[in-house]
Design a protein around this ligand. Structure first.
Ligand SMILES: Cc1cc2nc3c(=O)[nH]c(=O)nc-3n(C[C@H](O)[C@H](O)[C@H](O)COP(=O)(O)O)c2cc1C
Length: 405
């Protein structure tokens, strides 16, 4: 991906595609893009040069998984796995499928997706719409996923018969069992924080959470698990969940899921009022601050024993950088891509690579100043003198040409 290609695509997206798409129903557009995207899955030779920013400096290894770059697609965009193969070509370093549930569910009452452009948010009320684990696994089995970093987000089926914690746990386990031996599944996400589901009890409650992770541990899953954390959770409650997970050998955490509260200060007042009668929760900008606070707190509290994925409200390379600076190892997004276009992934990767180069030079300079103070200072003095003389020559040349000398 070149800067020019990305800019051209961004202009086309903002001025042609988005104005046309945003007057149509959000779910219709999503389904159309999904169908079109799946058709393009074997056209990596066309898509990669347009979208992907490749740089070996971006490669990361966390919890034994290799990530081509630290930008992932969050759960909720490709919930039935249609786009599993194509997303790498659009530039993602990893992509999550789901949330997948054991039993199929056709989704909550419409509207399930409503755009709030002034608030940079989307109201989501899918309630774990899913074709079910077996059908999704069959679809993925047919795709060419070697070399892709794919994860499955697992949730409990949002159907009337799953009405107790024990039944829900069995239901989670069934989905893990469908996918745990699939070679293309590199990680799992444990979704304990879907605010759209029907069951009254929640797995964000520490007792239920402990019961769930205990049961999952018994499955002896080889792939690492990332817990998808709620957004509006206190530090204390979040710490309790992290500690329980760590005791059971789970070291990955995603901060975080959707926002539930409608008094979030980032909402445009008129817009939030206009969806008063709709059920659902919110992505995008309203998720940003809490996600960042939780990342920063959790990194400070638990150090480097855990892997943190920052998620919520990334619309620019600067937003992604903020999550990384707060302590995230990787980041995920959805809403930023919908509002700003798919070239955003490559643009973020490019900026991160540039930042890491500057950062590593800075670190080396700091180390060398401490280790060899005299040598470093002398070297810098010489470099400064050379730079000064080059400037002098340029200035003199300019002055002579302009007839000032
Ligand atoms: C349309 C949509 C559907 C979503 N569905 C799920 C889901 O099924 N499971 C899940 O864990 N998170 C889901 N999420 C939440 C996202 O994964 C993410 O945590 C949240 O949107 C914040 O990221 P963003 O601001 O980059 O969108 C969904 C988000 C959106 C926008």
């Amino acid at each position: 991906m070149s800067k020019v290609t990305a800019k051209v695509f961004e202009i086309l997206y903002q001025n042609l595609f988005k104005p046309a798409a945003f007057v149509m129903d959000a779910e219709f557009i999503h389904d159309t893009i999904t169908r079109f995207g799946e058709v393009l899955e074997n056209f990596d030779f066309v898509l990669s040069p347009i979208f992907s920013y490749k740089n070996t400096k971006l490669k990361k290894k966390n919890l034994g998984i290799t990530f081509e770059n630290p930008i992932g697609l969050a759960a909720g965009f490709d919930y039935d796995g249609h786009l599993a193969q194509v997303l790498k070509h659009v530039g993602f370093g990893f992509n999550t499928i789901g949330t997948v549930t054991n039993l199929p569910y056709k989704g909550n009452e419409k509207p399930r997706l409503v755009r709030l452009p002034e608030s940079k948010s989307i109201l989501v009320n899918k309630g774990f719409k899913s074709e079910g684990a077996n059908l999704i696994a069959k679809r993925l089995d047919k795709k060419k996923l070697k070399g892709h970093t794919i994860g499955i987000s697992v949730g409990s089926s949002n159907v009337a018969q799953i009405d107790t914690i024990n039944k829900a746990i069995d239901d989670y386990l069934s989905t893990f069992n469908v996918f745990k031996n699939k070679p293309y599944v590199k990680y799992f996400e444990l979704n304990i924080s879907c605010p759209n589901a029907n069951m009254s009890e929640s797995f964000s409650d520490k007792k239920n959470f402990e019961k769930l992770v205990k049961a999952i541990t018994k499955l002896k899953i080889k792939q690492p698990i990332f817990v998808k954390m709620p957004n509006e959770i206190s530090f204390q409650k979040s710490d309790e969940l992290v500690s329980i997970a760590m005791k059971k050998g789970i070291y990955g955490f995603i901060f975080s899921n959707l926002v539930k509260k409608r008094d979030n200060s980032t909402f445009n007042k008129k817009e939030i009022k206009s969806v008063k009668s709709f059920k659902g929760n919110f992505s995008g900008r309203p998720c940003f601050e809490n996600s960042n606070k939780l990342i920063k707190h959790t990194r400070a509290k638990f150090g480097n024993d855990i892997v943190i994925v920052g998620c919520g409200g990334i619309f620019s390379p600067q937003d992604a950088m903020e999550k990384l600076k707060n302590g995230a190892d990787l980041v995920q997004l959805i809403t930023g891509m919908i509002y700003n276009g798919p070239q955003l992934i490559g643009q973020i990767c490019e900026k991160i690579a540039a930042f890491w180069v500057i950062n590593s030079i800075e670190i080396w300079v700091k180390i060398s100043i401490v280790a060899f103070p005299n040598f470093t200072q002398t070297t810098f003095w010489y470099l400064e003198m050379i730079w000064y003389n080059i400037n002098e020559v340029i200035f003199m040349k300019g002055a002579i040409l302009n007839g000032r000398c």
